[in-house]
Write a protein that binds this ligand. Structure first.
Ligand SMILES: [Zn+2]
Length: 310
């Protein structure tokens, strides 16, 4: 993610770090906290680069292009250690290894060195306690960046030794871009519009019948005046007493129907579209309460059909 986008999406974070860099008023440790999907990792890399880059811009940030910047990004720099807590829980051994790395590598050059503990909120208690000792005796020129989805998941004693930088949730366009790394643009667009979190979106995308449900919805909105469409839904998609007949899968189908309806894939007068939209939204609400799912679906098919053929 480039600097301009970070500046636009996280103006407060950008300004705070920019002031620190420009005025050289740097803390020894930072805690980047903010919901999943917010660009904590991108900002951590940029900030680390900015601590060592010789070609900084007017905001105090790194050029992102020089050799030193690229080495950090590729994790090839000797003065930067990145522990990937998003891939495996950070353990005591990770912190011990980190300490010995910083102890054994030369400080003669006086260069700044940085470590980044990504997703520190998943670290073990032992890891936290070991890190705490490290933070209590900050060595000159060593900077720590910790990231966490929830600040409160980090030990208070660690929080109090870090400067807290709060990120705001990712914008819709960013959510969509993140999801596009996982799936096709159409799926990403629908899941973003329906308000899925990235975590939940990934779960839903992993369902075996995700594509089938999407195509069933597409087929349904294109032929909903045709009675055989309903029969097909009953026989091939939401078949009573099967694994697919669940609240969450029916919700996904309703979300797809709503998405296609809004996307103008159907030619209906506006007033009818609005009425169908109301039916879909009411149905999603109803689905939060206990209902008999087969009857519930039949009611939706009927209601919509009435609107379409009226
Ligand atoms: Zn640079």
């Amino acid at each position: 993610m480039n600097k301009e986008l970070l500046k636009k999406e996280q103006p407060v974070v950008f300004q705070t770090l920019s002031n620190a860099l420009k005025n050289q008023r740097l803390a020894h440790a930072y805690l980047f906290a903010g919901p999943k999907g917010s660009p904590k990792r991108e900002m951590a890399i940029l900030f680390a680069q900015s601590l060592v880059c010789c070609h900084r811009d007017e905001d105090g940030f790194a050029c992102q292009e020089c050799e030193s910047c690229l080495r950090i990004e590729k994790e090839e720099a000797i003065d930067f250690k990145w522990i990937h807590g998003d891939k495996a829980r950070i353990k005591k051994k990770d912190i011990v290894d980190l300490q010995s790395f910083f102890e054994t590598t030369s400080v003669e050059t006086g260069n700044r060195r940085i470590y980044f503990l990504d997703q520190f909120d998943t670290a073990t208690v032992d890891a936290s306690n070991t890190l705490l000792k490290f933070l209590e005796e900050p060595a000159p020129g060593i900077f720590a960046i910790l990231s966490a989805d929830e600040k409160s998941n980090v030990l208070p004693t660690i929080q109090s030794r870090c400067q807290w930088i709060q990120f705001r949730p990712a914008s819709q366009s960013r959510m969509r871009a993140l999801l596009e790394e996982e799936t096709n643009p159409e799926n990403a667009a629908m899941l973003t519009e329906a308000g899925y979190s990235t975590k939940r979106a990934k779960e839903v995308l992993s369902w075996d019948d995700f594509d089938l449900i999407r195509e069933a919805a597409r087929d349904y909105v294109l032929h909903w005046d045709d009675i055989s469409t309903v029969l097909k839904m009953q026989r091939e998609v939401f078949i009573p007493k099967t694994d697919r007949m669940t609240r969450e899968k029916i919700t996904l189908w309703l979300e797809w129907v709503l998405y296609f309806l809004k996307k103008d894939e159907v030619s209906l007068p506006l007033s009818k579209k609005v009425r169908i939209q109301e039916i879909l939204i009411e149905s999603m609400d109803l689905l939060r309460h206990p209902v008999e799912l087969a009857l519930f679906l039949d009611k939706i098919y009927n209601q919509i059909r009435k609107v379409v053929v009226s």
